[in-house]
Design a protein. Structure first.
Length: 238
């Protein structure tokens, strides 16, 4: 079962046409449908019309999410099935201490550094890190986390390094799944303590490694790959 569903601002006109009682009925039916792909018989014609309109978007989102899960499960398995996994053996046991040092990863960076200060790159055939697209995904999937107001060169370098480190990370579907996995963590999203992660924090190397291994999730999925497998199994198409 999916843990969430999305309502869009362009649907607000449908809600505004309903009374408070009707809007409450609609919300209950949407939750029922999202959790079990079923709903009680709707008697009120206004509520029924609004539900039908929103239901089609929920179905499209569910289909897209299922495809993302399947794609990323394949991509991430390539990394996790490598024989050399010693990088994950060096994770410190104390997850309360987070990464505050500078990114020390090395990468052959051919981007024009001065140009990067002026503008964020977008999806390009040459595989350049699409900073703006990743930031937009972060804002869409994790609206509860601090918004990115500025993205200086130092942060661009960290994100660019994470992008280039592994082939599976060089597609936006990987980042979509990564941010959705973060959304599942009460600790990272401030639902458990006063701490709230932000984009810079989650792309730092030590923090990303801990996140990918499920260190900040109460429900121990065994890491992001196991979580993707679980989500795929719970999708409506399964």
């Amino acid at each position: 079962m999916k843990k969430s569903f999305i309502l869009y601002n362009d649907q607000v006109e449908l809600i505004n046409e309903l009374t408070d009682i009707q809007a409450g009925q609609l919300l209950r039916v949407l939750y029922q449908y999202s959790n079990s792909a079923s709903n009680d018989t709707i008697q009120d014609p206004s509520v029924k019309m609004a539900f039908i309109a929103i239901k089609s978007q929920l179905d499209r989102d569910a289909q897209k999410y299922s495809e993302v899960c399947e794609k990323n499960k394949e991509n991430i398995s390539k990394r996790w099935n490598k024989k050399d996994t010693t990088v994950y053996d060096r994770i410190p046991p104390d997850t309360k201490h987070t990464d505050t040092d500078n990114d020390t990863g090395t990468v052959n960076d051919t981007d024009n550094e001065k140009e990067q200060k002026k503008t964020l790159s977008s999806c390009k055939p040459n595989g350049a890190c699409p900073h703006q697209d990743i930031i937009e995904l972060y804002h869409t999937i994790l609206p509860e986390l601090p918004q990115v107001r500025t993205w200086p060169e130092s942060n661009q370098k960290i994100l660019r390094t994470r992008w280039k480190e592994e082939p599976e990370r060089q597609v936006l579907t990987w980042w979509d799944a990564y941010f959705r996995y973060i959304h599942e963590s009460a600790f990272l999203t401030g639902r458990e303590t006063d701490f709230t992660a932000d984009l810079e924090w989650v792309v730092r190397p030590k923090n990303m490694t801990k996140i990918l291994n499920g260190r900040y999730h109460k429900q121990k999925h065994g890491g992001i790959m196991a979580w993707l497998t679980e989500m795929q199994g719970n999708s409506p198409e399964s």
